[in-house]
Design a protein. Structure first.
Length: 328
């Protein structure tokens, strides 16, 4: 019980702090991820009782989750992944989900991203959650190379864990959505690991960076070399008719990654004749709908749409466009 009490004491100190300190801590959490929260997050990873997502972790509607953690898929200490397996017989669709963090922070098992694996597994999916190298240890395209290696690992080992490698979906949140879509649209990265573009049956991008410049975030110029930023690093520049079915999700109150990035990627895919469905959520910001995916998945329908893409390899016939109150 000591990890639980330690975690509660840490949270208590924060909530007893003045309001300006609490605001600064909250901002640092989203900007700095696990490095700022390491003492607290460490306890929370070991003790689900103090996780803010405890209700979701304890829900057992649908399929439960069996996890294997910290599997190495490369030589670098960051190149670890978790596998979350659904209970039940039969080969499950495979989802490789890349965490966010602005290419410089967060991890597959932190308090924000950690619940994603169990949530998707309970929807009947085999989930692979990889870490990848972060700035300043790595710049573009090194973390893309890591991600491609993780996809190759997932395809090679899917059947061992009860997955169907013929149904392989890439997904990600924020910077992870950038990674997932770039792998799906720019075949050179997967080809470097011996994979053809056609192995990806679908891609889902949540609150992603798809068409950006250093003007959007000055930090971008540190991560992306100038000669690669304008084209090679941009998922929207690689959209063509051969792109796999794309499910895009964005909260319209997102102040971190503007929804216009999703609009531009959608427009590029439609212009190329590629299949795409976009969910625009008027009441959500950068992360709120991802949190509710664990606790109240029916609120936005994001989980159901992602699960259908993974199961069928095709986009849902309609998805709720909550910004208009209709389906598209």
């Amino acid at each position: 019980m000591e990890p639980v009490w330690s975690c509660l004491r840490a949270w208590g100190k924060i909530f007893r702090s003045p309001a300006w300190i609490r605001s600064a801590i909250a901002a640092a959490h989203w900007r700095c991820g696990r490095f700022f929260w390491r003492p607290i997050a460490g306890h929370c990873r070991r003790s689900p009782s103090c996780s803010p997502f405890r209700p979701a972790r304890q829900r057992r509607t649908g399929m439960a989750d069996t996890a294997l953690r910290a599997i190495a898929y490369g030589d670098h200490p960051r190149l670890l992944l978790d596998v979350h397996r659904p209970e039940g017989a039969g080969k499950a669709p495979v989802v490789v989900f890349f965490h966010g963090g602005g290419w410089r922070s967060c991890a597959r098992d932190d308090v924000f991203h950690g619940p994603i694996g169990p949530t998707l597994a309970r929807a009947g999916l085999l989930v692979v959650l990889p870490d990848y190298r972060l700035y300043p240890d790595a710049c573009f395209p090194a973390f893309i190379d890591d991600a491609a290696r993780a996809v190759a690992w997932a395809r090679a080992n899917a059947e061992t864990f009860g997955g169907d490698p013929r149904r392989l979906v890439l997904a990600g949140y924020s910077a992870g959505a950038h990674i997932a879509t770039l792998l799906a649209y720019a075949p050179c990265h997967l080809e470097s690991c011996g994979l053809a573009r056609g192995v990806v049956s679908g891609v889902a991008g949540l609150s992603g960076y798809y068409d950006f410049t250093a003007d959007d975030d000055p930090f971008v110029s540190r991560v992306f070399p100038p000669d690669l930023l304008a084209h090679a690093a941009q998922p929207a520049r690689h959209a063509d008719a051969g792109a796999p079915p794309s499910l895009l999700v964005h909260g319209l109150k997102d102040g971190i990654v503007r929804p216009e990035q999703t609009d531009r990627l959608e427009a590029a895919l439609l212009a190329a004749g590629a299949p795409v469905r976009t969910m625009r959520l008027p009441d959500d910001d950068h992360h709120s709908y991802l949190q509710s995916m664990h606790t109240a998945p029916e609120r936005t329908g994001v989980l159901a749409a992602l699960a259908e893409l993974a199961r069928t390899g095709a986009l849902p016939s309609s998805v709720p466009d909550l910004s208009k109150g209709t389906c598209q």
